[in-house]
Design a protein around this ligand. Structure first.
Ligand SMILES: [Zn+2]
Length: 56
C-alpha cells in the first residue's frame, strides 16, 4: 500500500493529491505545486491508489 503524504495541489489544477506516486500529481511543476487541499476535490487517480487499484 503506497504511503500517503501531505495533501498538495497545482495552482492550475482542480484537484488535490495525497500520493507522491500519483501520475498526474508527479508532473506538477515545482513552481505550481502548493501544499494543502486548496479547497479542491481529491484526485481520481489518488482515490484509485487509495482503493488499491493502482493504475499501471
Ligand atoms: Zn492524484
Amino acid at each position: 500500500m503506497p504511503k500517503q503524504i501531505s495533501p498538495y495541489h497545482s495552482k492550475a489544477g482542480e484537484v488535490y493529491h495525497i500520493y507522491g506516486i500519483c501520475a498526474s500529481g508527479s508532473i506538477i511543476a515545482k513552481s505550481n505545486k502548493v501544499t494543502g487541499k486548496g479547497n479542491k476535490k481529491l484526485c481520481k487517480a489518488c482515490v484509485d491508489i487509495r482503493a488499491g487499484k493502482r493504475p499501471r
